[in-house]
Design a protein around this ligand. Structure first.
Ligand SMILES: O=P(O)(O)OC[C@H]1O[C@H](O)[C@H](O)[C@@H](O)[C@@H]1O
Length: 549
């Protein structure tokens, strides 16, 4: 058991401070300080981070900075950006930041010119994007590509899917009619449904897998290949015309049948959930064009520089991370909702679930000890306006404390691609903005947000005091989205430093894959009994093999 962190003076001071602050309701904190928003928000580029609705006061941040200093945050940040092996369990660096360096920045590590490799892959992506979008890339029977299907899972799906959906308005004017689809689930339901509606002559598949060994992806890829072979016959150019591979495992791509000309590379130093900036982002680039993809990278790079260079008091990722520590460890709040008030950000909560929980959902620290403090909270969410009609009841009147991130663009101007008139879409956006503000206000203030609350029966009252942050984007553009995603990536890193855990591995997902192999052998009848099966598993298997529930 590791208890050294919880005994450190800075931790103890924060616990003491939390005990003093616990009795103050957010409504009182706002009433006591008219300048609360002014002192408790920060801006960087296209982002405004308002944390005035968090349950903290002027004394809290310096104490959190003391903790960060005690945990060596500055040194850990230097290590991250130096390319050191900050992922010790796999002996790897975590250099997602290098994927968004401007071309002219040098980045040489162990004699290798990392940025030259990155730029070379970007150039190859650019070539593919141009060919496909201009109609030069042809299927095996000569038809131009109309549909692209990304086959991947986890980091090879969630990031590209989220960004592609978020940036539909960023497709260039007079855009090519290319449609981009995603298939991830291992049961084949998505891929089979998709294939039913696609023209095999004009469909291009991207097999996206850092390891090129993920069974979910390989089984979907095999289904797609079988479909093409059945539909088009085993034409000589079938694989070359209809499959692109993106992976760090070139040999496995070769074995599958993807020739080097159709391979895009990434590197072991990119974690799967941090990889959308690499060729894993090809579906994004196919959707919005390479110029848009480079804007996404530029926004993320700007956030990297902000994170590296800005004093902690004005540093968005440091503040977002440390406020999360305050909520989780000092206020004991272990649930966190992500609530975008823009339908285009529908996939953001799913993406952040992987980024945060796969990174920091750990209970053993870097020294190998079991921790005695909470780490990553349960992260979930969906589009805020829809969640209002689903789980906000619990946020407002349930028994669980929950922290929320409200995420919303201030403006929505670019509607060129929509059939709706500009005025209609703007009016709907205003509606979403108003609801975003109303909900975060009611969550914070409770009854104090309305004048006649004390005349209402208890079941219609609002206790408030649920802390939230609001991230206001100027507009949802490739640049602002790039900055927003990098903000969350660095938040996760900051928290991992405080919690003394490795955010870049994910051993907790491995054992399940391993023991599924025996279960599969059993289901397929290759073995009669599952060795060591518990009664529940054995009972369920028996029913499955009998073909009934
Ligand atoms: O890209 P791949 O190697 O196919 O990995 C896809 C995903 O599967 C793994 O099991 C991990 O949980 C994820 O971190 C990863 O993103």
């Amino acid at each position: 058991m590791s208890s050294s962190l919880t005994h450190k003076p800075a931790w103890q001071a924060l616990m003491q401070h939390a005990a003093e602050l616990r009795s103050s309701h957010l409504a009182e904190l706002f009433a006591a300080d008219a300048g609360r928003f002014d002192s408790l928000h920060r801006t960087f580029g296209p982002l405004l981070f308002d944390f005035s609705k968090q349950r903290l006061d002027a004394r809290t941040l310096p104490l959190l900075f003391d903790l960060a200093a005690e945990q060596g945050l500055a040194e850990h940040m230097s290590e991250l950006f130096s390319g050191a092996a900050v992922n010790p369990s796999e002996g790897r660096a975590a250099m997602h930041w290098a994927l968004r360096l401007p071309a002219e920045h040098g980045c040489v590590l162990a004699g290798e010119d990392i940025n030259a490799q990155v730029q070379a892959q970007l150039q190859r992506m650019d070539d593919i994007v141009q060919k496909v979008r201009s109609g030069q890339w042809r299927g095996a029977t000569g038809e131009a590509i109309t549909d692209v299907v990304n086959i991947g899972v986890g980091g090879s799906d969630l990031g590209p899917l989220m960004v592609t959906e978020a940036l539909t308005d960023s497709r260039p004017a007079n855009d090519s009619p290319l449609r981009v689809h995603f298939a991830s689930t291992m049961d084949g339901s998505q891929v089979s449904q998709l294939l039913g509606g696609l023209n095999p002559h004009a469909t291009l598949f991207i097999i996206s897998s850092k390891s090129f060994s993920t069974i979910d992806t390989l089984s979907n890829a095999a289904t797609a290949r079988g479909w093409l072979e059945r539909e088009l016959g085993e034409l000589p150019g079938l694989l070359a015309c209809h499959f692109i591979g993106v992976s760090a495992a070139a040999e496995r791509m070769m074995e599958w049948g993807i020739a080097p000309a159709n391979q895009l590379a990434l590197w072991e130093w990119v974690g799967g959930r941090f990889s959308l900036w690499s060729a894993i982002g090809l579906p994004i680039a196919l959707s919005i064009g390479m110029a848009g993809f480079r804007e996404l990278l530029a926004g993320a790079h700007a956030m990297d520089e902000h994170f590296r260079q800005t004093p902690w008091a004005d540093n968005l990722p440091v503040l977002l991370g440390l406020i999360g520590i305050w909520n989780t460890n000092m206020l004991g709040i272990n649930a966190h909702a992500v609530l975008p008030y823009d339908g285009r950000l529908k996939e953001l909560p799913n993406y952040l679930e992987q980024l945060e929980m796969e990174s920091n959902g750990k209970s053993v620290n870097l020294a190998g000890d079991t921790v005695d403090y909470a780490t990553c909270p349960i992260v979930w969410g969906t589009i805020g306006p829809n969640a209002q009609h689903a789980f906000y009841q619990l946020l407002h009147q349930g028994t669980e404390p929950v922290t929320c991130d409200f995420i919303v663009p201030a403006r929505r101007y670019r509607e060129a691609q929509h059939s709706l008139a500009v005025a209609e879409l703007r009016a709907q956006h205003e509606l979403a903005l108003a609801n975003c503000l109303a909900q975060s206000r009611l969550l914070a203030l409770g009854d104090a947000a309305v004048e006649d609350a004390d005349t209402l029966p208890r079941n219609r009252r609002y206790r408030g005091n649920q802390p939230s942050s609001t991230l206001l984007l100027d507009e949802l553009t490739p640049y602002s989205l790039g900055a927003l995603i990098a903000l969350y990536e660095h938040k996760v890193f900051v928290q991992s430093v405080i919690w003394e855990i490795n955010p870049f591995d994910q051993w907790g997902v491995e054992m399940g894959k391993r023991i599924a192999v025996d279960a599969l052998a059993c289901i397929r009848g290759d073995i009669k009994r599952l060795p060591g099966a518990d009664a529940s598993t054995a009972g369920l298997l028996a029913r499955i093999m009998a073909g009934s529930a």
